[in-house]
Design a protein around this ligand. Structure first.
Ligand SMILES: [Zn+2]
Length: 276
């Protein structure tokens, strides 16, 4: 028996003041310095798309960004949602198995639905809770988890900052922004740009650069690492070359997914910083 996986996007029950356009959310994240850092600090347990979705609702409704939980989740922590508080809307993946008539193969359909069921700490009252520590990030841990090898930089062009091929990356030892370059190259791999088929032929060179650099920008901003300003200029340059005014929704989704994979792969939940 084989199981095939397919993803379908669907939106339902979206309150009119919630922005469901990923391209627009990404555009804001790309153009407003510090937005991602605020979103990551408050909502790092959630996907990048949901972080931005939650932050935009906080800003629209004048709410304090912070820990999120569902109504029963807060109850379990000894806190109650204040009467009259309206829930925040996030996107949830819903997976279900489907088998066509007489077929031996199952298909797993992942749909995405907007659900209004999360409340902020500031919308609740009750028992005091300790602040949630922000996780640390370790690049080598991320590379190992993503099965990406770091190889020696052997490019003849000294101006080149780094490269990716197959599942290998190299960063120029004198790269001006080594973390930014690392995220950019890992982005190329996770986005499928280094595979012989798929995204590598589906997206133009220009859009591949926009996608990889957007991943680098989201990672740098979330982790408060240098490079975001440079990324902004680079993305604009390649968007212009691609003849596009903004990053399309389809690319925004892919960029968010690749960023999530990197941030989650390198995450260390700890109260004490890792040894340098
Ligand atoms: Zn590139």
């Amino acid at each position: 028996m084989r199981i095939q996986s397919r993803r379908v996007c669907r939106s339902n029950t979206v309150p009119p003041d919630v922005v469901p356009h990923w391209g627009l959310l990404l555009q804001q994240a790309v153009s407003v310095p510090g937005l991602l850092l605020r979103a990551y600090r408050a909502f790092h347990r959630y996907s990048v798309g949901n972080q931005l979705l939650a932050l935009s609702q906080c800003e629209q409704r004048g709410l304090q960004p912070g820990p999120l939980n569902t109504f029963p989740g807060w109850l379990a922590l000894g806190r109650q949602v204040r009467r009259g508080e309206r829930a925040l809307t996030l996107v949830m993946p819903l997976a279900r198995k489907r088998r066509s008539d007489g077929a031996e193969e199952f298909e797993i359909l992942t749909t995405f639905a907007f659900k209004s069921r999360w409340f902020l700490l500031s919308q609740t009252v009750g028992q005091e809770l300790p602040p949630e520590p922000i996780p640390y990030f370790e690049a080598d841990r991320a590379l190992a988890a993503l099965e990406i090898q770091r190889v020696e930089f052997d490019h003849f062009d000294g101006n080149c900052q780094g490269f990716s091929r197959g599942r290998e990356i190299a960063v120029n030892p004198v790269a001006s922004l080594p973390f930014k370059t690392l995220f950019h190259e890992v982005g190329h791999i996770l986005l499928g740009h280094t595979e012989p088929e798929g995204a590598a032929v589906e997206f133009t060179r220009e859009m591949q650069e926009v996608e990889a650099e957007s991943v680098a920008l989201l990672c740098c901003e979330s982790l408060e690492l240098e490079g975001a300003e440079y990324c902004r200029g680079y993305i604009q340059k390649w968007l212009y070359k691609a003849g596009k005014a903004a990053i399309p929704d389809v690319c925004a989704r892919r960029i968010f997914q690749a960023t999530d994979k990197i941030l989650r792969a390198g995450r260390i939940e700890s109260e004490t910083p890792p040894i340098e």
